[in-house]
Design a protein around this ligand. Sequence first.
Ligand SMILES: N[C@@H](CCC(=O)N[C@@H](CS)C(=O)NCC(=O)O)C(=O)O
Length: 290
Amino acid sequence: MLVFSYSNMIKKSTDHVSVYGALHSPWLQAVLLGLHEKGISHSLQPIPSLRLLINSGVMMPAAKINHGPWQLDSEEILKSLGFEGINEDDKRSIDRTWNGVLHRVDSPLEFFRGFSLNRDSHPSFLVRTLRSFLRSFITYYFFTLICFLIFTGKRNDPDNFVDQFLPWERRLTETDGPFFGGESPNAVDLQLFGIVQCHCSIPHTPLVGAIQSDPALPQYRKWIARMQEHFDDYAHMYSGAYFEPSTPVAQRSSLSERAAYWFGALSMFLLLPITLITIFFLALLPKRDM
Ligand SMILES: N[C@@H](CCC(=O)N[C@@H](CS)C(=O)NCC(=O)O)C(=O)O
């Protein structure tokens, strides 16, 4: 009863949340799923405001609740929306399921294309066009960051991608209720499902294939199906193309947005030294809330 009143109180006091991030980020997905779960009105911007950029570079997700300060970190944001925090062991096990994501740059073209398809729902054509142009910088940023991680030996593939999901498979056999949170999804469900969206948005085929068909993960697949049913009208779902029940894939950007994005990508390629210097400068900025 107390929990019910508390979450209602948060919902009542939260009129609107502005969120910054790209749909390929698992942590942004967790925040968007949380907002959807609580039925909180929100807007999504694909590039940070200048103030946010100066304070925390392109670090995502960031959220501004009502007119408060920009806040970083998906778990902290989810807590501000009324979800309970996640214990340290679970955080580590959630992070492990992210393994394999660094393969998304194996095909640079697919990587850039994936970002080009993100839809911007801002009502102004001009804003959408400008943001699409600038959005290609975000792609260069993450492309460079991932290549840097690979180059410095941070991509260590496990023998079998299935292993990283086994703790959750076991947990599902012990959990009462359809979700890790019991009768409704909690922050663990949201972060794990955010990572599923991330794996499916620019897929690394061996990894997604393993989740789809490996005999060791029947409960995990059933949980994905329950999450897809629960979030069936969620607008940014990618996993519905790979798991039952099939759900519509996140809406794609318009042709004009894609043209602006690729024009941005080409311009930034022609100015590559400046693009790279800006990326390194932003990557070195300390990341802090405002
Ligand atoms: N623990 C953070 C992780 C956020 C994070 O790692 N975001 C990545 C994108 S998925 C990022 O923006 N990295 C940029 C950088 O490190 O400069 C959360 O849950 O929000």
